[in-house]
Write a protein of this length. Structure first.
Lengths: 394, 93
């Protein structure tokens, strides 16, 4: 996120010395309320990753330094978890980059509805998927920060025309009678110990008075593919602006513009960035566009419709945030790119649909935290905050 | 189109100059990743319209009034390729 006068690199060598001359709207709104930016944290390059390993300096999980913090907002989650004094951090989610590191580091991660918080000043990954949110120690703190940063912004034409509200009013409200849907698809392929922790958390919600029912969201199986096709497509166009001309890392001007731009991008993009730009370009090429890009957009429509139908009968959906606990770096090294992408299986669906979601710590496997994911309908941040807060207090 | 050929075309469009080693590695990765992508082939999308945004946004306008924008100094602050107050770029041909 752009912070005036403070280096903002998005974890990329192509922005290694970029210093914005303006604040992102979310940052500006916090400063207006008297908050100070005390630092910037490590992340996967442009948000491309699930483990914060695609970056200059890889952050380590404060609970076990041999393990990942998750990603792509690994740095913010690690700092909030480890520091007594840093109560929250701004972070962004495209496919789960707030929830994943929050779950892996044992803190709260709140991702609002797409458009609820202005994207002005956000270094973009995917325009129809990026959301600015909060990583914090408590649900109440996340709600407080959201109250400040949310609200329409004429500098971002995709920001929703919503009234500002105080989301902390949803804290402390009991959840008797609230209906919670638990989709069976979100428990397939999840580690047994993670599943046990999440099931216990859901049982606790039932004892707190919520009505819990098992449901099915069969289109979930298409979400990972649809997400990655759309995200990579949009990323490949967003990253076109990094060419060593107006800002960012540059070389001496040699050759024509195609030669120069290609040389700069070859030298300064990381491997994962190149991979996503290549694939994102490929799936939009003539001959492939219909099969991949347009098909993925139609699948997204169907997934949104499936969720909207579910929310006609349920207030909140509950599931594990991640299928595993934070993996060791030695385990991550053995994963292929496709295997790494598959780890996002539980977080991509609400992100694809632009739904608000929150991850709260709900237990441990050994000493490693497990996250409970609560997903709400569009602009129903209040309900997920209400349930998450009540769970946290109990 | 074979994978390497297709990726070379994509690299040209995306202005990425790939080494031989990178092309081979990315081709291998792409086979795997496209297998993951092909999962959506099984979805019946005949009746679905594409969702370019998760929440429909239409006709966002503002008043046609000039506003303060970035100063020339700020605009040029992050590049060494500037001359006499202009961005300087590579030659076109």
């Amino acid at each position: 996120m752009c912070t005036k006068g403070l280096k903002t690199t998005a974890g990329s060598r192509i922005l290694e010395n970029y210093t914005p001359s303006f604040d992102a709207t979310a940052v500006a709104r916090l400063k207006e309320k008297g908050f100070a930016v005390v630092g910037k944290a490590a992340m996967d390059e442009f948000g491309f990753g699930t483990f914060s390993v695609n970056t200059f300096k890889v952050p380590k999980n404060p609970i076990d330094v041999l393990r990942s913090c998750g990603g792509s907002s690994g740095g913010p989650a690690a700092i909030v978890a480890a520091s007594k004094h840093i109560m929250f951090a701004l972070a962004t989610s495209t496919g789960g980059s707030i929830s994943c590191p929050a779950a892996f580091c044992g803190v709260v991660g709140l991702t609002p509805t797409y458009g609820a918080v202005s994207r002005y000043g956000l270094i973009d990954y995917a325009n129809s998927l990026d959301k600015v949110g909060v990583i914090s120690k408590t649900v109440r703190d996340a709600a407080k920060v959201l109250s400040i940063i949310a609200g329409s912004d004429e500098k971002d034409s995709t920001s929703l025309k919503v009234e500002k509200q105080d989301y902390t009013k949803f804290c402390g409200k009991d959840i008797k009678g609230l209906k919670i849907g638990v989709p069976k698809e979100y428990f397939e392929g999840v580690d047994k110990a993670v599943k046990e922790n999440v099931e216990a958390a859901i049982e606790k919600l039932r004892k707190l008075g919520a009505k819990v029912e098992r449901i099915s969201l069969p289109l979930t199986k298409y979400a990972l593919a649809a997400y990655y096709i759309i995200a990579m497509s949009e990323a490949s166009t967003n990253l076109a602006k990094y060419c060593g001309l107006r800002y960012g890392s540059a070389l001496d001007l040699k050759g024509n513009f195609n030669e120069y731009f290609s040389e700069v991008r070859e030298q300064f993009f990381g491997k994962e960035a190149k991979r996503r730009v290549l694939l994102g370009t490929f799936v939009r090429m003539a001959g492939y566009r219909e099969q991949y890009y347009l098909k993925a957009l139609k699948v997204r429509r169907m997934i949104i419709d499936e969720f909207e139908k579910a929310f006609e009968n349920y207030d909140v959906i509950a599931a594990p945030t991640m299928p595993i606990i934070a993996p060791k770096f030695s385990e991550i090294e053995k994963l292929t790119p496709a295997q790494q992408y598959a780890m996002d299986i539980l977080t991509v669906t609400p992100n694809l649909a632009g739904l608000p979601h929150i991850s709260v710590p709900c237990g441990f496997v050994g000493k490693m935290p497990v996250g409970l994911h609560l997903i709400g309908g569009h602009l129903q941040e209040g309900k997920i905050i209400q349930v998450a807060d009540m769970y946290e207090r109990a | 189109m074979k994978m390497q050929e297709a990726l070379l075309k994509a690299a040209e469009l995306a202005r990425l100059k790939l080494s031989k080693g990178e092309l081979e590695q990315f081709s291998k990765d792409a086979q795997d990743i496209l297998k993951l992508f092909s999962e959506i082939d099984k979805a019946d999308t005949k009746k679905a319209e594409p969702a370019y945004q998760p929440i429909e946004i239409k006709d966002v306008y503002r008043e046609d009034k000039t506003r303060k924008c970035l100063s020339q100094k700020d605009a040029l602050a992050n590049t060494r390729h500037n001359e006499n107050g202009y961005f300087k770029g590579p030659r076109t041909l």
